[in-house]
Design a protein around this ligand. Structure first.
Ligand SMILES: Nc1ncnc2c1ncn2[C@@H]1O[C@H](COP(=O)(O)OP(=O)(O)OP(=O)(O)O)[C@@H](O)[C@H]1O
Ligand SMILES: [Mg+2]
Length: 356
């Protein structure tokens, strides 16, 4: 499904480790996915599977002891004048260097889960918004102020001129999240990364923010990487979906295929765990058995095998699944069940022993 002409970002075999005093944490163990131009990619998976670390790698902002030890993140920058595309490997750029600063916050912007941690409490909303605007555009103070008011009006904040003079703590959670979106969008990014942007909000405000983001996406045709726990949000927001498990993407395809023809047992288990409101369904919510293992002790073979309802003894704990392309070119999946050669061999125990 990765059509190079239309791909804006491609992550290949990304391995990221944290070198801590108590040992190495292998947070990403070979992440592969791609984002199409003008599309919304949902990234889902249980807590700790590496969603935020992936976002930090793309922004080239890994904290503390984090290092990319292998892999590539290619950003396909398109020149608006002649539509030529230049491939830039983000992992090769120094995090604080000029080239990276030109991309970060300018072409690729990010919205974080909790706006209070990314808005500075001692500065007004206006000064933080103006700082973002003047970083990327040469404007007079008055022009900057007008752009800031426009940006706040665009995210449906009432009385933008008043909000400009407010401090973050004087705003509600939903208002702060709108300010964050306004800051992220003030530079017209081509790719926006939204890491759980509505998790901290009540359901009504969450629905409003999602509507707003989708409308702004349609208007500007930016691409979005939308990180969330919530498959309901994925169904509403996303065109494509990447499902992560323990530092790898185990399945990527379009949103319809994800919901109607999922292939990976983990994707299927996630879908079964969505609560349903049908009156005749009194069964308990399905939860995936077991816990996500600690990334310092990753299970052998397929890392999902200890929790997998379809695990094949003698195969899944010994063989590491590669990415397989199914369904035309539409679906990428890391699961041995779809490895025809291995499955043919696995029907004979002798052949299976040979394959090991
Ligand atoms: N700064 C850090 N130092 C050490 N380990 C880290 C650091 N940040 C993340 N990790 C580890 O990397 C792994 C992936 O973390 P990450 O924050 O990407 O998970 P996530 O998928 O975003 O989870 P959540 O849904 O809870 O936000 C976890 O095991 C986490 O403990
Ligand atoms: Mg996270």
């Amino acid at each position: 499904m990765a059509d190079k002409q239309n791909t804006i970002l491609q992550v290949q075999n990304l391995h990221t480790h944290f070198f801590t005093e108590s040992g190495v944490i292998r947070a990403l163990r070979g992440v592969d996915f791609s984002v199409e131009r003008g599309k919304v990619l949902g990234v889902v998976g249980e807590s700790g599977c590496g969603k935020s670390v992936t976002a930090q790698c793309i922004m080239n902002m890994l904290p503390g002891s984090g290092r990319i030890v292998e892999g590539k993140i290619t950003y396909y920058r398109r020149d608006s004048a002649d539509s030529r595309t230049e491939a830039i490997d983000i992992t090769s750029l120094p995090p604080r260097g000029r080239a990276m600063r030109a991309i970060r916050g300018n072409e690729i912007a990010m919205i974080f889960q909790e706006p209070m941690t990314s808005l500075d409490p001692v500065y007004t909303v206006g000064s933080q918004l103006m700082e973002a605007i003047t970083l990327h555009q040469t404007v007079t103070r008055q022009q900057g102020k007008e752009i800031a008011i426009d940006a706040l009006a665009k995210v449906n904040l009432p009385e933008p001129a008043r909000i400009l003079d407010a401090y973050p703590h004087q705003l509600s959670g939903g208002q702060r999240q709108r300010v964050m979106i306004a800051i992220a969008l003030s530079c017209n990014p081509t790719l926006l990364i939204a890491d759980e942007p509505t998790t901290a909000l009540d359901v009504t405000t969450q629905a409003q923010i999602l509507d707003l983001m989708r409308a702004l996406q349609e208007e500007t045709q930016m691409s979005i990487i939308f990180i969330t726990h919530d498959l309901g949000v994925v169904a509403e927001m996303c065109d494509d979906v990447a499902v992560m498990y323990l530092g790898k993407v185990v399945e990527q395809t379009d949103v319809d295929t994800t919901f109607h023809n999922p292939k990976h047992p983990y994707t299927r288990a996630l879908l079964r765990s969505i609560p349903r409101l049908t009156s005749d369904d009194k069964s308990r919510l399905n939860v995936i058995k077991g816990r996500v293992p600690d990334p310092s002790v990753v299970p052998s073979g397929c890392a999902f095998h200890p929790r997998c309802p379809e695990m094949i003894p003698g195969l899944c704990e010994t063989h590491t699944p590669e990415v397989l392309t199914l369904n035309g070119n539409k679906q990428q999946v890391r699961c041995l069940l779809y490895d025809d050669k291995l499955m043919a061999k696995s029907s004979s125990p002798i052949a299976l022993a040979e394959a090991r």
